[in-house]
Design a binder for this molecule. Structure first.
Ligand code: NAX
Length: 329
């Protein structure tokens, strides 16, 4: 029997948490031979603690063979102590009275605190996935507050955008999602992100020869960017099961490899493709042996550069706001 891996999940009593925790415990993320110690973090108030306790009771009631231990806490140090993986889902949602800067500030406090706790108590090679929005900038904050951890290990989730693009393309050209290779979504998880089909193929044939550019730019790009809003309109709630599924895909690829396939992860830029070093940016990556590498050498034309510039601007504006907050915290 393998040694259990500790998985810390924040926002455990929320919508995504409710879809995510049970799949982790069932072995969907780390495999059917990997025991798991699951630790859930919730806000320090009676309702959240009570709700998390209820989730923990349901996890108990599943009698998952792989679930070695489960705990629930509102203390980040307890949650992240000796953790191998942290999935930072919990975040402050935007309310009607909030400006963008208010939302960034409220979330910055959460990710400063959690980044510091991870720095102080987690395993030094912990892998961190930030789901809570604005996820690219929240991952940047946590990384800046955890100087003892390899910066590369702080990532943000753009796999949902990647998966959404896969299905839109598969439905358009009538193929299986598994037939599509080389697709990625660049940039910031937000309105400016850029689903890139220009390097992708279906059974070796370039996707761009199978679709028309008008559909690509006027339909696909806005559909992917606006999909979260469309789900809210249809369901009355934001994406939850698909977000949990993408979080599982993200960590599974990172830990178990992506079989030489390109997947999308938002990771600290190493300066590739002219993206300023240190911004958490959606890149095409390949995962192997518990690590990921940004795919290098893709042809980038003016069309890409225009989209990159919009994403860089959005992320640099957020960075300027949170850099001040980090410095004062
Ligand atoms: P919910 O509001 O249902 O749940 C969030 C949970 O986080 C709540 O239970 C809350 O008490 C908890 N929480 C808040 N602050 C916390 C803290 N400091 N420590 C621990 N727990 C805390 O939101 P849900 O639908 O689960 O979404 C969670 C986050 O994912 C949101 O920020 C949302 O915007 C983001 N998303 C990100 C996506 C992505 O692709 N990156 C897609 C889905 C989702 O929109």
């Amino acid at each position: 029997m393998k040694t259990p891996m500790k998985v810390a999940v924040t926002g455990a009593a929320g919508q995504i948490g409710y879809s995510l925790l049970f799949r982790i415990a069932a072995g969907d993320m780390l495999g059917e031979d990997q025991p798991i110690d699951l630790c859930m973090l919730e806000r320090d108030n009676e309702a959240s603690i009570k709700a998390a306790r209820g989730v923990m009771m349901e996890l108990d009631d599943c009698a998952f063979p792989l679930l070695n231990k489960v705990c629930s806490t509102s203390d980040p140090s307890e949650c992240f102590r000796d953790a191998d993986i942290a999935m930072l889902v919990g975040a402050r949602p935007r309310t009607a009275d909030m400006q963008r800067a208010d939302l960034l500030a409220a979330n910055a406090q959460i990710f400063v605190q959690q980044g510091r706790a991870i720095n102080n108590v987690a395993k030094p090679d912990i892998k961190v996935l930030v789901v809570g929005n604005p996820c690219n900038t929240n991952a940047y904050i946590a990384r800046k507050c955890a100087p003892n951890i390899n910066p590369k290990n702080f990532t943000a989730m753009m796999r949902l955008d990647h998966n959404r693009t896969l299905t839109q393309v598969a439905q358009k050209i009538n193929c299986k999602v598994t037939d599509i290779e080389g697709l990625c979504v660049w940039g910031n998880h937000g309105g400016t992100m850029f689903p890139d089909l220009t390097h992708s193929t279906v059974k070796g044939k370039p996707v761009m020869t199978m679709i028309d550019k008008t559909w690509y730019l006027s339909d696909l790009v806005p559909t992917v960017a606006g999909r979260g809003g469309a789900i809210i309109k249809a369901r009355g709630h934001s994406s939850a099961a698909s977000a949990a599924n993408a979080a599982i895909d993200h960590i599974r690829s990172w830990i178990k490899g992506s079989n030489d396939q390109i997947v999308t992860m938002a990771v600290p830029s190493d300066g590739s493709y002219g993206i300023p070093e240190g911004l958490t940016f959606g890149f095409p990556v390949v995962c192997k042996d518990g690590d990921y590498e940004i795919v290098k050498g893709l042809e980038i034309d003016d069309f890409h550069k225009e989209f990159f510039a919009k994403n860089i601007k959005a992320l640099e504006e957020e960075k300027a706001i949170v850099d001040e907050i980090i410095a004062k915290s």
